[in-house]
Ligand binder design. Structure first.
Ligand code: VTB
Length: 318
C-alpha cells in the first residue's frame, strides 16, 4: 500500500475510534463518575477498532494484561489487514469529563509496526514547542528560564509575551518559581498534558507557546505523535521513581532509562494522530447531543501525507 493510501486508511480508522469513544463518554460528562466515563470510552474505542479493516496491536494502552481487560498492551484488534501499532488514551482527562471541566478528549495514534515508542506507565519529563523554529532551539537539559529566553528571542517578543503550560502539581513548584522570576506567563492545567503539548502547535488558537513538566510517559508518546505531524519540537525523559519501575522500563527495551528521548526516538515512523473533544476546550467543541444525532469535533493529523484536518461528524443515535 502506498504511503498516501496508508495515511488515508489509518486516518479513517483513527477518527472513527476517537469519535465513538467521545460520544460514549460524553454521555457520562458531569456526573462525577470518572471510572464509568473511562470504561465507556474504552469499550466504544475497542468496538470501533474490532470492525476496522486492519490488524492492530496495542503498544500504548490501558495497562498490562493483568491490569486492563481491554486495550491492554499487546492486545490484538481489528478485522484483518495491514499491521498497525496502536497508542490509545480512550479518555484523556477522566476527572475533567466527570466534572464537565474543559479539555477532556479522546486520543489515538496509529503507525506501521515499530513506529511508536513502547512507553512504560510512569512519569516522563517533557518539553515541547510548535513549528517554525530552528532545530535544537529548546533542550530538556537547559533550564526552563533559558528555554523561554531562547524562544522569546526567536519569536521576537519579550519574555512576558511567552506563555508556558504546566500541570498544576506541587512537583512543578521549582519550574513555576523560575518562570515567574523571569516574568513569563504560565497556564496551570488541572489535567491533560496531551492537550498541553499539542496546544504549542497552534499558538494563535490556544495561546500556549511552550510546554514543560512531568506527566505520564504514554501521554508523552501520544503528544509526540501530534508534534511529529505538526512539525514542532519535543523531548522527553523517563522518570522511574522506584527500582521496579526502572526494571520495567528496561524490560520494555529502554536499556538506558535516563536517556533523553528525541522526537525520532518517541515516534520513529510516520504516524496518524487523532483527538476528539469530549468537553469544550481550547482546540475543540465538546460533543453535542442534538435531535438529529451526536455532533463530534475531531482533529486528525497524518504525517504519511502531511495532511492535517478537522472533521465535524454527526453520528445517528444507535
Ligand atoms: C498525567 C498526565 C495526564 O493525568 O498522567 C496525569 O500525563 C496524572 O498525573 O494527562 P498525576 O499523577 O500528577 O496526577 C493526566 O493529567 C490525565 O490523564
Amino acid at each position: 500500500m502506498s504511503k498516501h493510501a496508508t495515511g488515508l486508511l489509518l486516518s479513517q480508522i483513527a477518527v472513527a475510534a476517537t469519535e465513538a469513544a467521545a460520544i460514549a463518554c460524553a454521555r457520562l460528562r458531569g456526573f462525577g463518575r470518572k471510572n464509568d466515563a473511562d470504561q465507556a470510552a474504552v469499550d466504544a474505542m475497542r468496538t470501533s477498532f474490532q470492525t476496522a479493516p486492519f490488524s492492530g496491536k496495542v503498544v500504548i494502552g490501558e495497562g498490562e494484561i493483568d491490569e486492563a481487560p481491554m486495550l491492554y498492551i499487546g492486545e490484538e484488534v481489528g478485522a484483518g489487514g495491514i499491521k498497525v501499532d496502536i497508542a490509545v488514551d480512550p479518555l484523556e482527562g477522566t476527572k475533567l469529563c466527570a466534572n464537565d471541566a474543559p479539555n477532556a478528549m479522546t486520543v489515538v495514534a496509529l503507525s506501521l509496526e515499530g513506529g511508536l515508542l513502547h512507553a512504560p506507565d510512569m512519569y516522563m519529563d517533557k518539553i515541547a514547542i510548535g513549528p517554525g523554529y530552528a532545530p535544537g532551539l529548546i533542550d530538556l537539559d537547559l533550564s526552563p528560564a533559558e528555554n523561554v529566553m531562547r524562544l522569546a528571542k526567536a519569536k521576537g517578543v519579550p519574555v512576558s509575551d511567552i506563555r508556558a503550560c504546566l500541570l498544576d502539581r506541587d512537583r512543578h513548584a521549582k519550574i513555576i518559581d523560575e518562570l515567574r522570576s523571569l516574568g513569563a506567563s504560565i497556564r496551570l492545567i488541572p489535567d491533560g498534558d496531551v492537550a498541553g503539548v499539542f496546544w504549542t502547535t497552534e499558538t494563535t488558537r490556544s495561546g500556549i507557546d511552550i510546554y514543560f513538566g512531568s506527566g505520564g510517559a504514554p501521554e508523552g508518546v501520544l503528544a509526540a505523535a501530534a508534534i511529529r505531524c505538526a512539525g514542532g519540537q519535543m523531548q522527553g525523559r523517563l522518570l522511574p521513581e522506584t527500582e521496579a519501575e526502572a526494571a520495567r522500563a528496561r524490560a520494555m527495551g529502554h536499556a538506558d532509562v535516563s536517556k533523553k528521548l528525541t522526537l525520532d526516538d518517541m515516534v520513529p515512523g510516520d504516524v496518524v494522530f487523532a483527538a476528539s473533544g469530549v468537553t469544550d476546550g481550547s482546540m475543540f467543541e465538546g460533543v453535542r447531543f442534538e435531535a438529529g444525532g451526536a455532533h463530534v469535533d475531531t482533529l486528525v493529523w497524518d504525517s504519511f501525507s502531511g495532511r492535517r484536518s478537522r472533521v465535524r461528524s454527526v453520528w445517528p443515535y444507535a
